[in-house]
Design a protein around this ligand. Structure first.
Ligand code: COA
Length: 293
């Protein structure tokens, strides 16, 4: 479905692009013809990642919590590329903790990265694009200068989740930002969408969110498709949203979780508890006991 020039002309910044899902997206965008930049807090990690992505890919050391650093990063990328027309807000912080044990600083550390960091980058991105459109000489030129934002949220944005309260609150805020700007910035040809990943076992997430390997197996059984997501699968979805193929998708939040979010359905757990022939046998026995021959 993708061609090698599907993202030609896209100049995309991926925050937290030094590893995991961020790096997978950067690699896929680059393969499809985009100019790609990644940012993060650790230079060595970013350097290694750009070597993996390919020649011409850029990195910038930046903590998205710091608005001045974000401005400096956008200045640098504007200088390099002329303009930036794609942004993936992927940088995140998360850890497992009982909510009653959270300090104000612990709550803030996640909200500052996820919600405020997303705002800082989105705001710089939008301001610059909108300003550049003001200098366009024709309406058509202004439209072709549109842009794309993809925000990485989570499936518990909708439901909330135990033990990750700061992340649940911050990601819900990012979804509200997605929906708000999707309407407000349509005028400027800026599409704003979100991806809600379920379980993707990246080192960054798993080292903080999977306390024990024995839980990992039990957890997997709770996913209807019976496996975790692969980074390339999420990267493909992000590439699609960035591409002209998704030109009419605005304010969407696309879930990619192997069906996990639906497991709340009252009888869905039967799928996990018993093999299918046993379920059918039990249902058959119940039916015959109600309707004896
Ligand atoms: N449980 C409870 N509180 C925790 C915690 C944990 N596992 N980890 C950190 N905190 C608290 C700290 O105790 C501190 O609060 P305090 O000052 O009241 O003691 C506060 O959070 C900030 O911690 P600190 O380590 O100074 O902040 P940081 O800015 O260096 O780190 C985090 C931010 C905590 C989000 C860190 O995990 C991080 O940088 N993560 C980035 C990568 C990531 O999380 N990836 C996974 C994405 S799914």
């Amino acid at each position: 479905m993708f061609e090698k020039d599907t993202l030609l002309g896209k100049h995309i910044l991926i925050t937290g692009g030094g590893s995991g899902l961020g790096l997978a997206m950067a690699q896929q965008f680059y393969t499809l013809g985009a100019k790609v930049a990644i940012c993060g807090r650790t230079e060595a990690k970013l350097q290694a990642a750009t070597a993996q992505i390919g020649e011409g890919s850029l990195y910038y050391v930046c903590d998205v919590r710091d608005p001045a650093a974000v401005t400096a990063m956008f200045d640098y990328l504007t200088e390099q590329w002329g303009h930036i027309n794609g942004l993936v807000n992927n940088a995140a912080g998360n850890f497992l903790a009982a909510s009653e044990d959270l300090s104000a600083n612990a709550f803030a550390s996640v909200v500052d990265i996820v919600l405020k960091g997303t705002f800082h980058c989105t705001s710089e991105f939008g301001k610059r694009l909108i300003q550049s459109q003001g200098t366009a000489s024709t309406a058509q030129e202004a439209t072709t200068q549109g842009g794309n934002i993809v925000n990485i949220v989570t499936t518990y944005t909708e439901t909330g989740s135990a033990f990750v309260l700061p992340s649940a609150c911050a990601k819900a805020g990012v979804l509200a930002m997605t929906n708000s700007l999707a309407v407000e910035w349509s005028t400027y040809g800026i599409r704003v969408n979100a991806i809600a990943p379920g379980p993707f076992p990246t080192e960054g997430a798993w080292s903080r969110l999977m306390p024990d390997p024995s839980i990992e197996e039990a957890y997997k059984r709770g996913i209807p498709l019976g496996r975790y997501g692969q980074n390339e699968e999420l990267a493909n979805l992000a590439a699609f949203l960035m591409s002209p193929m998704a030109a009419y998708i605005q304010g969407g939040c696309i879930t990619i979780d192997g069906g996990e979010r639906l497991m709340a359905g009252q009888f869905n757990r039967f799928v996990q508890w018993m093999p299918r022939p046993m379920i059918k046998q039990a249902f058959g026995a119940m039916k015959s006991s109600r309707n004896p021959a």
